[in-house]
Design a protein around this ligand. Sequence first.
Ligand code: PBG
Length: 337
Amino acid sequence: MSTILPHVEFPLTRLRRNRRDDWSRRLCSEHKLSVDDLILPVFVVEGSNVRQEIPSMPGVARFSIDLLVEECRRIADLGIPAIALFPSVDDSLKTEDAREAYNPNNLVCRTVRAIKQALPNLGVICDVALDPFNSNGQDGLVVDGYVINDPTVDALRKMAVVQAQAGCDAVAPSDMMDGRIRAIREALDEKGLIDTRIISYAAKYASAFYGPFRDAVGSGGALKGDKKTYQMDPANSNEALREIAADLSEGADMVMVKPGQPYLDIIRRVKDAFGVPTLAYQVSGEYAMLKAAALNGWLDWDKVVLESLIGFKRAGADAILTYTAPDAARLLARGHH
Ligand code: PBG
């Protein structure tokens, strides 16, 4: 630690004094959570008037476009700055080449157009990875059982362009292919889409905490094998800095660490090393853990939500993707902290 600490000697110094009352606790609070820090991941399905609960994520649902627009209106009214959009695609559209990913009229593009038309000021972030469209559930193209990098990057470029042309504000490559940030930046710029931001899932780990999400987008059943040949080894930390450095040099506007709570040390290292906008993703399995315990009466939902989110801030995150965003926003509006 580089700070020079004053001599702390009891009873001259009593650290509990500042904690004694609410007013002094508030003055001494080192970090603040605000609604401005929240991004809500949302799931979309085909149809109209459809709302499907996700069993492994109680309180989270997939919506058809019409209901999702209404949901987004409530999200915007809560003051949440942005959503991250994920599609649950009909099995009939999933192929080995995942070509539906870059159909300009696919479910994602139609949803983006509907949301941006109704709510032009709500930030819309699109995920760039092939898994929702791939019959084998992998994020990239598979040849002889291996996800091949460069042809996958070509598909991702096309995918990012149709999403940006549909009007999304940011594309978020979550695929972990090498070189995809530069390729996507160049593809966007060639089309004149110079202001579409790239939020890179730069340090994304091969995690078992994504289980409920794969149920939500319906890629779990199809997934053959694991994602260890492209997502990071949970044992690694220096490698995360190399991933972040690569993505920043290729043009990423914001970087993300994912999952969140088991990787708070990575968030801290990234923030200290680069000082760039750093996002954390409190993923589906983290939500499911907290929710399951709360539904059993074992944890106090409101309190653990806010405590887990301030932990991200303390670790150095500027913003947090979290399924708890609406609840957190309501609690913050009522003055909880
Ligand atoms: C897909 C993607 C995943 C998540 C976000 N984008 C799953 C995966 O990599 O298998 C997980 C999000 C969550 O668990 O909440 N590229």
